[in-house]
Design a protein around this ligand. Structure first.
Ligand SMILES: Cc1cc2nc3c(=O)[nH]c(=O)nc-3n(C[C@H](O)[C@H](O)[C@H](O)COP(=O)(O)OP(=O)(O)OC[C@H]3O[C@@H](n4cnc5c(N)ncnc54)[C@H](O)[C@@H]3O)c2cc1C
Length: 367
């Protein structure tokens, strides 16, 4: 019997345990620092879990080449078939975002997790703090069982409050891997000289991220104005592209509120109606009356992204040069890494859960 330890009972860890429990020669130990499994999976998609997308494109990730290699091995259709074989009914929206038919993330956790299964050993409320390799076996802290293989699936400190993210993934230092610092991604931005009167306003706009005069990325969608900055899915996506810049100076976001009418002549409209109250959200109009701005190019200078606590994922993690094509760590035997702990992050729309599940399939094959 081969003993496999998975560190982290999150999206990728649960999925891998579901795949491996079919293997009669494997005994699986699933370690998690929390009492509950799948915390982020349950929180994902506003509680509905957008588990993948039917149209994943490699450029949606910070390392498109690596993403392309993953997609060569695991297509969205292959992932759909895997979920199908577990008995999960799914539905997709018009943008290819796939959800469980129940529209309830707990359903996904329930089909992946069976702590009573004879080959699954849950080790919960257990924080892994160091790993050692001795006599051809892996040892976890002072846990009494030694393991043939270990899979690192402990994710990142995104969306975790500061007191709970202290020493997060510190055990990585015992492995001496090349890692990149955790940086918040899929997160809103604090804005310099922010007009606080916009707080609470929600509007649709085309949002463009610029560095100096260079357009980095542009998207259409809903913007949420907060007390000191902006958020919303389009802004979260802009943060993913912002993180890909080596030098982040001189970045601003431009909002075009007139996306619906490119021909509208603002000067004529003002002459005719005396104000923009018929075409702008009341809070934007109040701001305009105080200090007119270009409604097609409302510039907001980025101060900084919001803190990790508000991020959906992290940019950073284990450098991709550390893993081989089966996601085995090259410098250590029988050690694998999958999911967000790798230096891969994607945009909103099912990209990050797809990566977690697809890499779990790759590790299952490697094992
Ligand atoms: C609010 C929110 C909404 C999201 N919505 C979506 C969405 O709709 N679609 C999408 O694709 N992605 C979404 N994501 C991102 C997605 O949830 C993550 O990318 C995904 O869960 C990562 O899976 P993972 O297995 O790598 O890590 P996780 O799911 O984070 O699991 C890691 C596990 O490891 C455990 N752990 C950590 N350190 C240790 C340790 N030292 N010892 C033992 N256990 C440890 C943790 O407790 C955790 O259970 C969302 C994220 C958030 C926060």
């Amino acid at each position: 019997m081969r003993r496999i330890a998975i560190i982290g009972a999150g999206a990728s860890g649960l999925f891998l345990s579901r795949l491996l429990r079919e293997q009669p020669d494997m005994e699986i130990y699933l370690f998690d620092r929390c009492k509950q499994v799948g915390t982020k999976l349950r929180a994902s998609g506003g509680g509905k879990a957008n588990i993948f997308n039917t149209n994943i494109f490699p450029e949606g990730y910070n390392h498109p080449d690596f993403a392309a290699k993953v997609l060569e091995k695991v297509t969205p259709d292959r992932l759909r078939q895997a979920f199908d074989s577990f008995g999960l009914a799914m539905c997709a929206d018009e943008e290819g975002r796939v959800y469980p038919l129940t529209q309830f993330s707990q359903t996904v956790v329930d089909i992946l997790w069976n702590p009573e299964h004879p080959r699954i050993n849950p080790v919960l409320e257990y924080e892994v703090s160091h790993l050692t390799y001795q006599d051809n076996r892996w040892h976890i802290n002072d846990y009494p069982t030694a393991f043939d293989s270990v899979v690192l699936a402990s994710g990142t400190p995104a969306n975790i409050i500061p007191k709970n993210r202290k020493n997060y993934n510190n055990y990585l230092s015992t492995l001496q891997l090349y890692t990149h610092p955790w940086v918040p991604s899929l997160v809103g931005f604090k804005i310099k000289d922010y007009p606080a009167l916009l707080s609470g306003c929600r509007v649709k706009a085309i949002a463009s991220l610029y560095q100096g005069r260079d357009l980095i990325h542009k998207e259409f969608g809903e913007i949420t104005f907060k007390d000191d900055g902006i958020s919303g899915i389009v802004i979260l996506n802009l943060s993913a592209y912002y993180n890909r810049l080596d030098d982040k100076r001189d970045c601003h976001i431009s909002l075009n509120f007139m996306y619906h009418d490119t021909a509208l002549d603002i000067e004529k409209h003002l002459l005719r109606h005396g104000s923009l109250q018929g075409i702008l959200h009341p809070k934007l109009n109040a701001l305009y009356e105080r200090k007119p701005f270009d409604v097609r190019d409302f510039k907001m200078d980025i101060s900084e992204p919001y803190d990790l606590t508000f991020a959906q994922v992290c940019h950073g993690g284990i450098d991709l040069s550390e893993v081989d094509d089966n996601l085995m760590i090259k410098r250590h035997p029988n050690l694998f890494a999958m999911g967000e702990i790798l230096d891969m992050d994607g945009i909103c729309g099912g990209y990050n859960l797809f990566f977690a599940f697809a890499t779990a399939i790759m590790v299952a094959e490697g094992l």
